[in-house]
Ligand binder design. Sequence first.
Ligand SMILES: N[C@@H](CCC(=O)N[C@@H](CS)C(=O)NCC(=O)O)C(=O)O
Length: 231
Amino acid sequence: MLTLYYARPSLYSRPVWLALLEKKLTFELVHLKMDGDQFSSEFSQISPFNRIPVLVDDNLPIIESVAILDHLETKYPNPSLLPKDAETLVKVRMVQMVGLNELFSAAGGLIIYQKNPSELEYARQRVLRGLTLLEDLLGDNPYFAGEQLTLAEIVTGTLIPELPRCDIPLTNYPRLSNWCERLLARESWQKIRLSDEEFTNFKRRLGVMRKIWHKRRRQKTLTFAQKNQKA
Ligand SMILES: N[C@@H](CCC(=O)N[C@@H](CS)C(=O)NCC(=O)O)C(=O)O
């Protein structure tokens, strides 16, 4: 039995959700509103840092999206989301990690720093740098690994199609633009896509994130202190 604890707009949850769909696995979804429910004692037991996603596979709780994706690939290898040959594999891993470490964090900045021009420009340039690199790596292939859809798409493909909704049009990136259309035509992508209303609400919520962060920080300090005392 597979259970995914997630939120529909959560950047790190969406790749896991997509991988489960692409692998056509049967799973249960548990939606967290992330307005404090991540600190419930039940969820704290499976998520030591009170973060999503968490995948519970039978009785095994797994945190960290990269670890979850690797687990799915190892335990449920068909269809495979990783290429076999070394050169293509490292390309896929690079795209996956650039997505996670550069694009995801910069994309948050596009929304959070609307009123801070220098931070906003840094986030914008960082995203554009990533897009230029990925446009090159994609080349004329349908997918980063050639004909095979892989974790490169599963990770970066949850974010890049949404960039025009954050005032980053893809017109200067024709290959990525076609790639997005290819992805959005897939049943799995259609299932996870946020409606315009959901996306606007998400942006609004992220816009006031700094205030929420302060509240969360206090809550986390308390939760961690209690746990560390018991240990
Ligand atoms: N490195 C983690 C990051 C997970 C993460 O930061 N998730 C966010 C939601 S996208 C979260 O749970 N934030 C809640 C919080 O920080 O209180 C992963 O890849 O799974």
